[in-house]
Each structure stands twice: as structure tokens, then as C-alpha cells.
Design a binder for this molecule. Sequence first.
Ligand code: ASP
Length: 344
Amino acid sequence: MKQYTLFIALIFMVLISFSCKKETSNEVKNKPYAIVLHGGAGYITPRVFPEEKKKQYELMLQKALEKGCSILENGGNSVDAVQQTISILENSPLFNAGKGSVFDNQGKNKMDASIMDGNTLNTGAVAGVSNIKNPIFLARMVMDSTKHVLLSGKGAEIFAEQHKIEFENDTYFYTKRQHDYLLKVQENERKIALKTSTKKFKKYGTVGAVALDKQGNIAAGTSTGGLTNKKFGRIGDSPIIGAGTYANNKTCGVSCTGTGEFFIRTLAAHEVSSLMQYTNATVKEAAQKVIHENIASLKGKGGLIVLDKKGNIAWNFNTKGMFRAYKKSSGEQKIAFFELEVEK
Ligand code: ASP
């Protein structure tokens, strides 16, 4: 009899735990998710981007957004969503990352990328790497397969070879647009030296993404070719955790774009998170303050995207425009290019 009662009790326990599990997985299934991305900030105006050209960018941003959303919708994690979304933009010649990377002073493409998991605060980054098809994959590999945070140059490339990361030859990374731009910047530099020009070219195109998955985990990532005509192994903010990229489940995820030096000096991405953590600022308030006070007070230019643990999204920039887009599980979505007033 005793055994029989025990058996019944066991059955009950199994049934209860099964129904709880079912509830939890249903709860997770219906949890909100969101993704926000950028394709760089800079001189992005309706004159430079007429309808036809704008359409091309729009399609690519939409494609990246859909990729990230499909991963999140199917219960995938935010790190995968960020990585895959960024890789779509890296594979496009339209942005200054991966295939469309700018040329440095030696006519080479040297790329930087980083990714951060806001749940564990694990992170990986690479700086000054050449011929890597998707630097964001390499950054992820650093995060998952080493105890380090940042690998650079030749060493990072050897690590990539050992981990079967895809390489491409120089011709893959050649885009006439970026090469012409290098020649233009170099010509201008000669003129500045001769004091026959005071022009400053500012053109960006770095890519980044921040995602919140159904488990409530945030991730952020950034990938770039850096600045055209950069010299002496210059590295910007994109692979510097806390400067160009940051994610923390307690607060938010952030990806920045612009003249990296200013974002390093202000630790811009981490500053957004700190403002939220210690002053209860909203995503909107924190983004506004970092761009229009911290960055602007140093005369820096650029923008950032931010997404918090509740799925609130904000973006801000002090350039003419920023390629940007977001989509939420509710279906709400937006793709935008220009200054907010121009957009209306
Ligand atoms: N932040 C990048 C860098 O300074 C450039 C960019 O965002 O376009 O390398």
C-alpha cells in the first residue's frame, strides 16, 4: 500500500513538473525580442542618396534585419542574431565593413570587429586583420575559444587559420568606390600640406547590431574597415569594448560609429550603460547625452544605437545622417537614413 501511494505521488510530481516546464517554454516562446542595427553615420543626405541609391541600402538593411529577426523568432540567442546580422552587412559592398571596407594608407583593408554577450559579459574582438571574410565571426571565435578579449594583426590571422575561419583574397575586398575615395583623401591630404585645401572628408559606414532575445539576453557587435587612409596601424573604437561596443543584461547593448578616437576617449558605449545603471536614464536620454554632450564637447562626430532589457530602442547622431533600422517581435519596424526632420 505504502509503495502504491509513493508511486501515485511520483506520477503526480512528474505531471506537475511537466506542466510547469510546458508553461515556461510557452512563456519564453511569447517573450518579446528586438533588434536594432546601423550601417554607419556620416554625410548621408537626400542629395547624396537619391531614391534609387537609397533603395539599394534599404534592401540590404532589410535583409540584415530579417536575418536577425528569424533567429530571434525561432528562439535563437542574441549573440547569434548579432553575429549573423552583421555578417550580412559585411558581405555587402555598400558598407565600410568586410567586403566594402575602406583602404588604409598602404592600399590594404585592415578590419576591426567586436562582439559582447550581455548575459555573461564575455566578449571577443579583433583589430587590424586582413583578408578575413567576416571579421565578426573571428571576434566570436575569440570570445568562444580563448581566454582573451582582443587579438590583433598577424597573430589574429594565424588564429583564424587554425580555427578554419574563411579568408578571401585582396580582389574580393576591392571596391572601386572605396579605392577612388582613398585617392581623393590622399590628394586632399597633399593639398592640405601645401595649404591649398582645408577640406576635411568625413565618411563612415561601419556596421553594428544590438539584439534582445526571448530569454531576455542582450548582445551587441560592431564591424568596420576603420578610417580611409589610416596610418601606423591606427585602430578605432570598434574593437574596443566599452568604447565602440558594450552589452550588459542589467542595462542595455550599444554599438557606435563615427570618428573612433572620440568614442574611445569618452568610453561612449559603456557610458550609455553607466548612465542607465547609475542615473536611471532611459535609452533615449543616455544616447542623447553621450552624443550631444560627451562626444560633441570634444568636437567629435558620429552616432550610436542602443537597446535595453525591455526592448526599448534609441538611436542618436550628430552627423547629417545614419543608416539605421530596427524591428521588434510586435512587428513594429523602421528603416531610416537622414536627420529626423528630413525624414518626416
Ligand atoms: N568608428 C570607426 C573607426 O573609427 C569608423 C566608423 O564608424 O565609420 O574606426
